[in-house]
Design a protein. Structure first.
Length: 374
C-alpha cells in the first residue's frame, strides 16, 4: 500500500476510504506451512464503484486466481478467500508498503508478511495447467483400481481427483454409495454392519483419456460398487425428515466462481462447523452438508444453476457431525463464537435452512460383498 507522506492530513480528509484506494497493487510474501514454504500473491484492484476486489494466488501450488474480498478499517486489513476457506488479518505499516498479520485456513493461524511488489520485484505467476477434460459424452469406468483395507482408526476421510488419478482415503462402502448416488446415509437401508464400519483406501484411473467431470466420477464409482463389491439394490420412496435450502428474505450473498464451469468442484471442512467450497454448485453444497455435518438428507431448492466460491462458519450442536458437534473446540476468550447453523447460513450466504418432512428416494440393498482382490 502507498500512503502519502502527508498521512495525518489525508486521513482527516477521507479516513479509511483513502487506505482502501491506496491498497491497489500486487502484494506478495512467503507462507511457512508445516510442510514447506509457499509463495503467496494477492492482486488488489479498485472497481468502478470505488470498492476493492482481489485475486489470491498460491504460486508454488500453481493454482488459478481465486477471488477474494478486501475490507479496511483504519490500518487494519482483512482479506477473505471463500474458495479455500482462508482469511488474512493484518495491519498496514506506516509507510504503506507492507502488511503484517496471520493467514488462517484451519485451526492454527500462520504468520504472513506481505510486501508491495514493484514490476521489478514481482514474482512470476505461472499460468495454471488445466487438465484436459474427458469428452462430455464419455461413459468411463475404472480401468484399474486398487482397494486396500484402512485399519488406521482415524476419523477423517476423503475422495479426490487429480487429473487422471482418483483416490479415496478411509472410506466405507456406505460412504462410496452416498457419494456415487448423491444421497444421505439415512437413504440407505439393508446391508450388513460392515458397510459402515470397514474402511478402505482406493486408487485408480479411468479407462477413457482425460480428467472426468463430477457426473463421470460418480458414474465410475457406481460401476466399481457393482463390479468389485457386487452391489445390487432397488429403489423405494419413503417419507423422511430432511433439510431444505432455499433463498433467504434478503437474497443470496454468493460469490460467483471464475473456475471452469465444466470442471470439478473443490469442497470440504477446515474443522467442525467450518465449510469451504470452490467452483461448487448448490447441489454440491447440499451433498457436502448431508454427508459430513447433518443427520438427515439436504435438498437444494434454491433453483441456482451457477458455481460459487464460499465459506460457512458456525458453532455446531450435538446433533451435527455424527454427534461430535458438541466437541468443537471453544473459540479464544477474546473472539466471539460463530452463530448456530440456521443463523450462519442466512447471515453469511443469504440462504435459509428448514427442517421438514418430505417424500425421499431410498436405496434398498439387496446384496453386497467385501471387495474382490485387486
Amino acid at each position: 500500500m502507498k500512503i502519502f507522506t502527508r498521512w495525518t492530513f489525508a486521513l482527516a480528509l477521507s479516513g479509511s476510504a483513502l487506505f482502501a484506494q491506496n491498497l491497489a497493487g500486487t502484494w506478495q510474501g512467503a507462507l511457512q506451512t508445516p510442510n514447506r514454504e509457499l509463495r503467496t500473491g494477492i492482486k488488489i484492484s479498485t472497481t468502478p464503484a470505488d470498492t476493492l476486489q482481489a485475486q489470491f494466488y498460491s504460486i508454488d501450488q500453481n493454482s488459478p486466481a481465486i477471488p477474494a474480498s478486501v475490507t479496511v478499517q483504519g490500518s487494519n486489513v482483512k482479506i477473505s478467500v471463500p474458495g479455500i476457506g482462508g482469511t488474512y488479518d493484518a495491519k498496514l505499516s506506516p509507510d504503506g508498503n507492507s502488511m503484517n498479520g496471520n493467514f488462517t485456513q484451519g485451526p492454527a493461524p500462520l504468520p504472513l508478511t506481505l510486501i508491495r511488489a514493484t514490476p521489478q520485484t514481482a514474482w512470476v505467476i505461472p499460468e495454471p495447467v488445466r487438465p484436459k477434460m474427458m469428452a462430455a459424452d464419455a461413459n468411463p469406468a475404472f480401468e484399474v483400481a486398487t482397494i486396500k483395507p484402512n485399519n488406521s482408526g482415524i476419523e477423517g476421510k476423503g475422495i479426490g481427483v487429480n487429473g487422471h488419478q482418483i483416490t479415496t482415503r478411509n472410506t466405507s462402502v456406505s460412504d462410496l454409495i452416498t457419494f456415487a448416488y448423491g444421497i444421505h446415509a439415512r437413504q440407505i437401508t439393508g446391508g450388513a454392519a460392515w458397510i459402515d464400519t470397514d474402511k478402505f483406501d482406493l486408487q485408480g484411473e479411468p479407462d477413457v483419456e482425460g480428467a472426468p467431470n463430477d457426473r463421470q466420477v460418480k458414474m465410475m464409482f457406481q460401476k466399481l460398487l457393482a463390479d468389485r463389491f457386487r452391489l445390487t439394490f432397488h429403489r423405494d420412496k419413503r417419507e423422511l425428515s430432511v433439510y431444505t435450502i432455499t433463498v433467504g428474505k434478503t437474497g443470496p450473498k454468493l460469490t460467483a466462481s471464475t473456475g471452469d464451469p465444466g470442471g470439478l468442484p473443490t469442497l470440504g471442512l477446515r474443522g467442525l462447523g467450518k465449510v469451504f467450497a470452490r467452483n461448487a454448485s448448490m447441489a454440491d453444497l447440499a451433498q457436502l452438508m448431508q454427508t459430513t455435518a447433518l443427520d438427515r438428507p439436504v435438498v437444494d431448492q434454491t433453483g441456482f444453476k451457477g458455481r460459487y466460491d464460499l465459506t460457512l462458519n458456525w458453532t455446531p450442536d450435538e446433533s451435527q457431525f455424527h454427534g461430535r458437534g458438541g466437541q468443537a473446540p471453544p473459540p479464544p476468550a477474546n473472539v466471539e463464537p460463530d452463530p448456530d447453523l440456521y443463523t450462519a447460513i442466512q447471515q453469511q450466504l443469504g440462504l435459509k435452512l428448514d427442517a421438514v418432512k418430505a417424500p425421499a428416494d431410498v436405496l434398498v440393498i439387496d446384496h453386497v460383498e467385501k471387495p474382490s482382490e485387486n
